[in-house]
Design a protein around this ligand. Structure first.
Ligand SMILES: C[S@@+](CC[C@H](N)C(=O)[O-])C[C@H]1O[C@@H](n2cnc3c(N)ncnc32)[C@H](O)[C@@H]1O
Ligand code: SF4
Length: 391
């Protein structure tokens, strides 16, 4: 399988993920690796990122970078010259693809919007803005620090600053009716961005919302039927405005899909730098590894400074079955479907023919020649579909 593994990452591309772990405050629903601190020593952090890039650069020489993604946390809290310093170093290590996508996640407070011009000068060409709701009361309940007015102003400013803009909304919120969500989504669609990420609220156990839910205090969440109706309404409203779903929660105009996320979903290679960042790397022999960094910001920083790397070692080598399972898991998220069933079987994944027949009869997947794709209902029940296909 050596050649297949190599060809696979080469076909799906190579990206760089930078994790900035700091936020102004912790949102009660969020279980991302994000921390609130009094101050950040920008010089130390920039040097640490640059050292990490050089270290992983040595083992990925000659590769062409298709995308860079600054995620968080809240990367829009980074001073523009920290972003510029990181991009500068990356440009000295790898060749950038002509159409490289460089995305930065931004929160829409007015303070952060003021940095947009600086991010653009640093080389960022796409922003993904965490709007979450277009209703001030719900923004307050989600613990957000911005108002709807600020969010709309940030989207406008982003559209006049960057060639590519996306924003995120969370729906299926407390006390949200389907009509209210449709009105909100219509407003979002009228903003004219090329990309939207629309997530159903997930109550994560290790969060304030998770705690409240356990105590029966997180009231007014939609039941399964209402959530499913909201998902279906989302798909048809987006379709009607040519913002096609290309993944479970992601919608874009044709050609405006996030290239970075497509590297993940098509199992390409990516480097993960920063606290808690994950990566996937295929070496010259075709062996594929999962990489991971310590989550605590201070531990990561000290590890880079004191022992010269910010990775949890040893790296985990992924067996062929692990890789096959991951390909299936990722591939089925994509609306375009998945055509490597034969390859997965060769990799040793016990795919049951009967399950494929059953899932098709239940209307959860479609089979086309040697490919399968999830239907709308299948994407709604993705975990169950995957569990049945590859138990
Ligand atoms: C890395 S996070 C946040 C980026 C940025 N700091 C922000 O808050 O806008 C990326 C996105 O995940 C979504 N998200 C985070 N936690 C979620 C949850 N519990 N349920 C649904 N969506 C969530 C939000 O839409 C968020 O914008
Ligand atoms: S949602 Fe964004 S701003 Fe809020 S805590 Fe998570 S990463 Fe930070």
């Amino acid at each position: 399988m050596r050649d297949e593994s190599l060809q696979h990452w080469q076909k799906s591309g190579f990206g760089l993920y930078i994790h900035w772990p700091f936020c102004q405050s912790k949102c009660p629903y969020c279980d991302f690796n994000s921390h609130v601190v009094d101050s950040v020593d920008q010089n130390r952090w920039l040097l640490a990122y640059q050292n990490e890039l050089r270290r992983v650069g040595e083992e990925t020489q000659g590769r062409v970078l298709k995308s860079i993604f600054f995620g968080g946390g809240t990367p829009s809290l980074m001073p523009a010259n920290t972003v510029a310093g990181i991009l500068d170093t990356a440009g000295k290590i790898w060749t950038f693809a002509n159409d490289i996508e460089i995305t930065l996640e931004a929160n829409p407070t007015s303070v952060e919007a003021k940095r947009f011009q600086g991010f653009r000068s640093a080389g960022v060409n796409r922003v993904s803005i965490g709007v979450q709701a277009l209703n001030d009361e719900d923004l307050r309940r989600l613990g957000r620090l911005h108002s709807v007015k600020e969010a709309l102003a940030a989207i406008d400013l982003a559209q006049s600053t960057f060639s590519r803009v996306s924003f995120d909304l969370i729906y299926a919120r407390q006390d949200q009716s389907i009509e209210a969500w449709e009105t909100e989504l219509n407003q979002a669609l009228s903003m004219g961005t090329e990309h939207l990420s629309l997530y159903q609220l997930t109550v994560e156990p290790e969060t304030v919302f998770g705690e409240r839910y356990k105590r029966g205090k997180l009231r007014g969440l939609p039941d399964e039927d209402l959530s499913a109706d909201m998902y279906l309404a989302t798909q048809s409203l987006c379709d009607s405005k040519q913002m096609f779903a290309y993944e479970v929660s992601n919608h874009a105009k044709v050609g405006a899909e996030s290239r970075h996320n497509l590297i993940y979903w098509k199992c390409g290679d990516y480097i993960g730098v920063g606290p808690g960042a994950h990566g996937r790397l295929t070496d010259a022999s075709g062996a594929r590894f999962a990489t991971e960094c310590p989550k605590a910001p201070g531990q990561w920083l000290q590890s880079v400074e004191n022992i010269g790397h910010g990775e949890n070692l040893p790296r985990e080598r992924l067996s062929l079955i692990d890789q096959a399972r991951e390909k299936l898991l990722m591939g089925l998220r994509l609306v375009a479907g998945f055509d490597q069933l034969e390859e997965l079987k060769k990799m040793g994944l016990p795919l049951s023919e009967q399950s494929i027949i059953d899932l098709e009869a239940e209307g959860l997947i479609n089979r086309k020649d040697r490919a399968i794709e999830t239907t709308l209902s299948g994407r709604l029940l993705l975990n169950a579909v995957i569990g049945k296909l590859a138990p």
